[in-house]
Structures are given as structure tokens and as C-alpha cells.
Design a binder for this molecule. Structure first.
Ligand SMILES: [Zn+2]
Length: 83
């Protein structure tokens, strides 16, 4: 785990690690960290979907039921139509 880039490669090729498996290991490390980041963001998305922030959608109580009961009928007759 602690192979330095100027040390002999851990694969036993007698080459310096940086000239041998370094780039391969680095790529593997990058992929792993990208996968972890992706997994984290997926988890965050799932959490956000499960519990949406209250700022985006406010709970509205019984819209359309109470106001309609008051304005039934007469309001319609006051609306002028263009002829
Ligand atoms: Zn190597």
C-alpha cells in the first residue's frame, strides 16, 4: 500500500513503480473514487426524493373546496362576454 513512485514496483518487474504499475494503479484508484462519489450522489438523490425539502412544496390545506362553496352561481352572471 505504501509503494512510492521511485521504489521498485510491487509486481517484481524491477522497474520503478512510477514506470510500471503506477499509472495502472492510479487509474484503478480514480475509478474507485469516482464510483464511490457516484454512489454517494445516488444515495443523496434517493434521500432527497424520499424527504423533499419543505421549501419546494408547501402543504396547502384543502385548496378548491372552501372558496368554491362561497362563489357558486351568482359570480358567473357578472362576467361579461364579448359579443
Ligand atoms: Zn509493476
Amino acid at each position: 500500500m505504501s509503494t512510492k513512485r521511485n521504489d521498485p514496483c510491487h509486481c517484481g518487474s524491477q522497474n520503478k513503480y512510477k514506470n510500471c504499475c503506477w499509472s495502472k494503479d492510479e487509474a484503478a484508484r480514480t475509478v474507485a473514487s469516482q464510483e464511490q462519489a457516484a454512489a454517494r450522489s445516488e444515495a443523496a438523490k434517493a434521500e432527497a426524493a424520499a424527504a423533499p425539502p419543505s421549501t419546494t412544496k408547501r402543504p396547502v390545506k384543502t385548496t378548491g373546496v372552501a372558496p368554491k362553496a362561497h362563489n357558486q352561481g351568482p359570480a358567473k352572471q357578472n362576467v361579461r362576454r364579448k359579443v
